[in-house]
Design a protein around this ligand. Structure first.
Ligand code: ZN
Ligand code: ZN
Length: 147
């Protein structure tokens, strides 16, 4: 992964009065490498860190706006790096196994979506900051096994 992300994370942590420890660096590496939101179980497995350390450090990173928590479509929350670090994207969420995949829309489609949402927001007198859009269905594996 690019050193830019590490530099940005270190700067954010510093302004949040936190240190960029090796455990936190490991968490950021795992989340960046995955390219999709991960459960705490996934993060433990991929990072080799203890559960208590994963929970504690995820909490610090979330507080500092580095990690974003998604409500999963199962009982497990999922975590990913904030869009400020990895860029705007959407998710394909499997309602059967709970897997989530990052997807990026073509710029013209994203612009069209923004226009449609702006019209909606104007009607509702709502000031939009960003949008989050997850597509729910069945992933390739679940669709092929009829799960
Ligand atoms: Zn994502
Ligand atoms: Zn979008």
């Amino acid at each position: 992964m690019s050193g830019d992300v590490h530099a940005a994370v270190a700067a954010r942590l510093q302004s949040a009065d936190g240190r960029y420890t090796s455990a936190r660096r490991r968490l950021v590496e795992v989340l960046a490498a995955a390219g999709q939101p991960l459960t705490v179980g996934d993060i433990c497995r991929d990072s080799g860190l203890a559960l208590s350390s994963v929970y504690r450090n995820l909490g610090v990173l979330e507080e500092a706006g580095i990690v974003h928590r998604l409500a999963g479509h199962d009982e497990f929350a999922r975590f990913e790096l904030a869009e400020e670090l990895v860029g705007h994207h959407h998710h394909l969420a499997c309602s059967s196994c709970g897997a989530m995949t990052d997807v990026r829309l073509p710029p013209d489609v994203e612009a069209e979506l923004d226009r449609a949402l702006s019209r909606l927001a104007r009607k509702e007198r709502f000031a939009i900051e960003t949008h989050r859009l997850d597509v729910v269905g069945r992933c390739r594996t679940c669709a092929s096994t009829g799960g």
